[in-house]
Design a protein around this ligand. Structure first.
Ligand code: FES
Ligand SMILES: [Fe+2]
Length: 415
């Protein structure tokens, strides 16, 4: 590696972005600038996110239903770090660095079920599902390796702080983030106690797109709906009061890592967006305590989880940043019990899934909300390589969430 490259890879966030850019992002929205193109396109900024952003947050890494039974395990990535998620014999979800303590191979290469141990494929070192080292076969030339003199207790799989909140699994790599309950509290309060525990996973997909993971959060506005999702949001009036020009949603931002769009009272409701539905067996609503008012919202749990709460379903995305220009998304759809499974509610579920995933059910189909957004983000990824892309502006009416996310990103990375 050339000296110049090494120097570039060790620069700070301030050096990479420049004080002027940072100050511009931090200005009030009317005068603010946005993150420059390099924050989306450069390997250097992506490396900085590995050290200054992802470890400091609760990163969403999967859904609890990805490993439903004791002995189930999956490998996941947090940025460039390989992690194992495993359900132990007691049914608890644990996370470990997916790095063998012998000579650092991946321990788990693919999802597995029915495990009693995690066994490295290279020389078969094995750990129980709580990460304790159990076997180092033939290490000292004997079957049981009883002559080895090192302390096996010190060679457990390295644990990662992990928390499960309803359907979502989070990890916090530096161990210093506030407790998960505090992290999700603004969201919990927003939804007025809607009983997420009474919902179950119906549909789970992995879709990827060729663009930076931050575009998902930058897209946390409804300004684009009419143009990008024209076939789905058929009238502008779903997002905007046509008489006054005001949005039908409010942007809410909390300093502790929470951004949301909340439907305003009076917003017209399409029948297939979570209202009563127009199929024979409409979906049951997500239970709410008596006297509580339902809040329709779509939120970001900073940095990489989105949750859309409708009357009778939840649509969620966990974004896995794989490279500056590549993101895998874990898509999950949850319905109030017993509507997540079974024939009775299949037509109603289909109606919801058609809206989000398109009838094509394809990430390149461009006929559902998700893939239509991907197309725009991939276009932004190309445009962001231009120096002209450093100069962006935000609508104070529609895009305060986008601005908030970018400030939040900088505050976390500079903190
Ligand atoms: S590298 Fe894993 S057992 Fe040798
Ligand atoms: Fe969109």
């Amino acid at each position: 590696m050339a000296i110049g490259e090494i120097w570039r890879m060790t620069r700070t966030v301030e050096q990479v972005l420049g004080k002027r850019t940072i100050a511009a992002v931090r200005r009030p929205i009317e005068k603010a600038g946005g993150l420059p193109g390099s924050a989306y396109t450069s390997q250097e900024f992506f490396e900085l996110e590995q050290t200054k952003l992802f470890p400091r947050t609760w990163m969403g890494v999967g859904f609890a239903s990805d490993i439903p039974k004791p002995g189930d395990a999956i490998p996941v990535m947090v940025g460039k770090l390989p992690i194992i998620l495993v359900r132990n014999k007691k049914g608890e979800i644990k996370a470990f660095h997916n790095v063998c303590r012998h000579r650092a191979s991946l321990v788990l290469m693919e999802p597995q079920s029915g495990l009693s141990n995690l066994t490295c494929p290279y020389h078969a070192w094995a750990w129980d599902l709580d990460g304790d080292l159990k076997a180092i076969p033939y290490f000292d030339g004997t079957k049981s390796s009883s002559n080895t003199n090192f302390d096996r207790c010190k060679l457990g799989l390295v644990p990662v702080r992990c928390a499960v909140w309803h359907h979502w699994i989070f990890v916090n790599l530096d161990g210093k983030a506030p407790p998960i309950k505090k992290y999700v509290k603004p969201f919990h309060d927003l939804i007025n106690g809607a009983d997420i525990g009474a919902t179950s996973m119906s549909t789970r997909l992995d879709w990827d797109f060729d663009a930076n993971w931050k575009f998902q959060n930058d897209n946390w506005e409804v300004y684009h709906h009419f143009w990008v999702h024209g076939g789905i949001f058929r009238k502008m009036s779903e997002d905007l009061n046509m008489k006054t020009g005001e949005p039908w949603t409010e942007s809410l931002q909390e300093d502790d890592g929470f951004v949301t769009l909340k439907a305003r009272k009076g917003r017209p409701r399409r029948r297939d967006t979570g209202g009563k539905g127009d199929v024979k067996n409409p979906l049951p609503p997500i239970p709410l305590a008596r006297g509580k008012e339902r809040t329709l919202s779509t939120s970001i749990l900073f940095p990489n989880v989105t949750i859309t709460m409708m009357d009778n379903y939840i649509a969620s995305v966990i974004a896995d940043p794989i490279a500056p220009d590549r993101t895998v998304t874990k898509l999950g759809f949850f319905f109030a019990d017993p509507a997540a499974k079974g024939k009775k509610h299949a037509p109603a579920r289909k109606q919801v899934l058609d809206r989000w995933l398109g009838k094509s059910r394809s990430s390149t189909g461009r006929d559902g909300i998700r893939s239509q957004d991907f197309e725009i983000w991939e276009a932004q990824q190309i445009a962001r390589q231009s120096p002209v892309a450093d100069d962006v502006v935000f609508s104070p009416v529609w895009e305060s969430n986008v601005h908030h996310f970018q400030k939040q990103l900088l505050d976390t990375m500079l903190g």
